[in-house]
Write a protein that binds this ligand. Sequence first.
Ligand SMILES: Nc1ncnc2c1ncn2[C@@H]1O[C@H](COP(=O)(O)OP(=O)(O)OP(=O)(O)O)[C@@H](O)[C@H]1O
Length: 622
Amino acid sequence: MPNPETSHTSHTSHTFQVDLRGLVDLLSHHLYSSPRVYLRELLQNATDAITARQARFPGAPATITVRTGDTLTVTDTGIGLSEADVHTFLATIGRSSKRAAEGELEAARGDFIGQFGIGLLACFVVADEITVVSRSAAQPDAPVVEWRGHSDGRYTIRTLPSHEHPEPGTTVRLTPRADGTEWTRPDQVTALARHYGGLLPYEVTVVDPGGSADRVNDTPPWERRHGSPLARREALAEHCRTAFGFVPLDTIDLDLPAAGLRGVAYVLPTAVSPSERAGHRVHLKGMLLSDRAPELLPEWAFFVRCVVDTTSLRPTASREALYEDETLAAVRDALGARIRDWLTGLAASDPTLLHRFIDTHHLAVKALARYDDELLRMLLPWLPFETTDGNVTLEEFARAHPTILVTRSVEEFRQVAPIAAAAGLGVVNGGYTYDRDLVHRLPEIRPGTAVTDLDPATVTAHLDSVDPSAELAAAAFLTIAREVIGAYDCDVVLRSFHPVTAPALLLDNREARHERTRAGLAEGSDGLWAEILGSLRSETPRAQLVLNHLNPLVRRAATINERGLAVTTVEALYGQALLMTRRPLRAAESALLNRAFIGLLTHAMHDEGTAPGPTPEPRKGQ
Ligand SMILES: Nc1ncnc2c1ncn2[C@@H]1O[C@H](COP(=O)(O)OP(=O)(O)OP(=O)(O)O)[C@@H](O)[C@H]1O
């Protein structure tokens, strides 16, 4: 038997080494979007330290002072660090006093912004050395301690005389590297402090090398006291103008106590594309997390821009975006509901504003109403649609037309609308995004209304047939017309319809055209493709050229005896109707138009040549 003792291989234990330079490089090039985040991390640590001190010593000083110059310092009157704290929290990357139960600070946990234990490293993006000088508020007798860390991973700790930091709190000092000075210039620091810390709950001041101090933060405008509702509205409009550069159509207050979220949504005064997702400004416990977070609101709410401050949403490690979790999903739904309530509330309280809103954002509302029955019910009466009665609401239109026809495309509407209107039909242009879907949902909301897609047969059925004698008189011409136009998979009929100025109407739709294209391809190909295309073949739908017997030109055309002229006339009538459909022409159709045009010219010149009359005088000089 082998001896278990001797068969053991020996184990030695090692500890991971972290290359700090590699880590800083990772942070600066891959985690953070810009070196400027160093200031955010410093402000955030200062804020957390003050929060910790306030929790234990309410009423203690609570200020953050940033001093700019050759070196940059951030001083806070926060909880400070004892020597033991420094060993615990500053000597190990990834260790944080704010995350796990760390004894004393546990009570205040959840109130902090930081949690990852990597924030301070952001300073190495702009400086090679960081000095932290601190005095603990929790142990007032403990000596002042200095930690000096270098970007290569070395650090030293020493204690200093008491006067080096007379009051509890912490001062962090950076000496910017040459390539970091862009981010540490006095004006830049003031702008960054305002950007990130503008809503922090403690006084934040930036002092320039000349000694002048600039307070950069303020109470959020929605929390401030205002003299009157009007004054509040004006203050918020001004805030929106500075934050986003527009004066809002209206302001919606946002308040979700369960998520510790408060803020405002500003309604855009101009239309935006639904695909352009709005960037919202999200603050976490006052600190700006992102100024373009689209994920805060549902996609449909693209007509507002929000500014919110929250305690519950989680940041990603870069602290530049929101962590997509259940809380965020719940917040998004709740904010969506709030915006919808505002919209539906307008209908009852401020119809004028609702009209202005709809004039600007009807596309947005239509997009939203497709997914939201309640909203559809409440807002459909207010939404404008293009119809044969002009631009009217569906409610108005349905009152006049118990059966509503809806076209599939804008071109179909343009072509058929005047004729349908003259025949007393009610047609809605369904060619615009969302419109056809919405019109089809009308019967759910308004029982007794019928909605059908417009097809050519519906229109022809409403055109008056001509009396048999007229049909007979035109028989020869119609035969030639059917021969010529039949080649384009199109039937020819003679009807009477208004307006009399329209000589011909081409009834066609996209599906039929596609089917004809497919059939054409099947004929032109051989082998496998012909079989596949052929097997798809259904009966090829034909378009219909409806000639208007009320139109004087058509009446004259019907009496043409000469075959050549009849062919040219038919081609010209078909070509003109084709142009009216405003769809792209195919090669054969362009050729037909060309031929008809030349044919008509030839006929016109031929008439001119044979017409009796005075011979024109030769012009002088010829
Ligand atoms: N101004 C300060 N006052 C007191 N303690 C501080 C200060 N700055 C840093 N610390 C201590 O150093 C620790 C590490 O700070 P660091 O910024 O690296 O991480 P963090 O703030 O805990 O988390 P995050 O990476 O999310 O910012 C903190 O947890 C805190 O205990």
